[in-house]
Design a protein around this ligand. Structure first.
Ligand code: ZN
Ligand code: ZN
Length: 327
């Protein structure tokens, strides 16, 4: 079975990989492979969801191609009526489950769905969590600690007197298992991953093709969060051509993971990992300058103690040059 591990498993799925071209003249929307509602219909049943979850457990060790026989599976799910169990298993087979010999296997896209189910994303909105973090409000005249608030599957980092500084959608299990400071770290890593993925041309929402633009000609973000931001504020934008997701970030947020920046902070005894953008001056909204337009060069200064690291980005947010000046 080892040779069938990973994506090779989809070959035996019965989800026709050629369904798109074959059904062009017919009702292609009704094919299992093309219609996402078919999957939701399938899982809108407790027994079928239990089967899929049970088969996922089989694959959790390195996503191995491992399955269960009919009898093993029926025992694990706990359905006494074999006929009834068979009915539900047959419905899944060829869509989310593959049969190979006398064993049933969960297909790869089923694993993704079960992961989301286990995270609590589809269960409820989760407990409301609210607590102080160890980060201070960045406003110079504000002494208050930022608080982390988790509500409606949404984690926000905010100052009680000002506004929200960062927010991200998180599943309930993360909020239930971590402190507000840990949630700040997790949110930060998640945001960085989203930005890195978008910079690599992949949408963090739907994996569709994504374009980077630097600088954005008419940014919308400043008006959303701070109306009186200078007009020459430089922002980078990412736009997905498939789902339409679009978001703007300060250019500094694109270089947080750059080796020169990480090394610079390490040399000053300040690890960067998990540190929110709000705590990094070079990720601020006014931290970048457009030095030239042909070709585009946006300069970001990263000052630390008496040293400074400067980086230059091109129109697609790639770092084309950097320079470290020590005093
Ligand atoms: Zn404040
Ligand atoms: Zn997308």
């Amino acid at each position: 079975m080892a040779e069938r591990s990973g994506s090779a498993g989809t070959d035996s799925s019965g989800v026709r990989s050629d369904s798109g071209s074959e059904d062009l003249t017919g009702d292609s929307r009704s094919t299992d492979g093309a219609d996402p509602t078919a999957v939701f219909d399938l899982l809108a049943d407790e027994t079928r969801l239990a089967i899929v979850r049970e088969l996922a457990v089989e694959r959790y060790a390195n996503w191995q191609w491992s399955g269960k026989t009919f009898a093993e599976l029926r025992r694990a799910v706990g359905v006494a009526d074999a006929g009834n169990f068979s009915y539900h298993l047959e419905k899944l087979t060829g869509r989310l489950v593959a049969k190979d010999g006398d064993e049933y296997y969960l297909l790869n896209h089923g694993l993704q769905i079960v992961g989301a189910v286990e995270s609590g994303r589809y269960s409820d909105t989760g407990e409301v969590v609210r607590g102080e973090t160890s980060y201070d409000c960045p406003y110079p005249d504000c002494q208050r600690a930022l608080e982390g608030v988790y509500e409606d599957q949404y984690f926000r980092l905010r100052c009680p007197d000002h506004h929200r500084f960062a927010a991200t959608i998180l599943p309930p299990i993360v909020a239930a298992e971590h402190s507000p400071d840990e949630l700040v770290e997790i949110t930060t890593l998640d945001t960085r991953q989203d930005i890195q993925r978008a910079r690599a041309g992949v949408c963090p929402n739907c994996w569709g093709p994504t374009d980077a633009t630097l600088p954005v000609e008419e940014p919308t973000m400043p008006s959303q969060i701070e109306a009186d931001l200078p007009e020459d504020t430089v922002l980078a934008a990412f736009d997905c051509r498939q789902c339409g997701l679009s978001f703007e970030v300060p250019p500094g947020a694109c270089v947080v993971d750059h080796p020169a920046v990480v090394a610079f902070y390490e040399d000053h005894g300040e690890p960067l990992r998990g540190r929110p953008h709000i705590d990094l001056p070079f990720c601020g909204l006014a931290s970048a300058a457009l030095e030239s337009t042909g070709p585009v060069r946006v300069r970001i200064d990263v000052p630390l103690d008496d040293d400074c690291l400067s980086l230059w980005l091109d129109s697609e947010t790639n770092v084309v040059e950097y320079e470290r000046e020590c005093e």
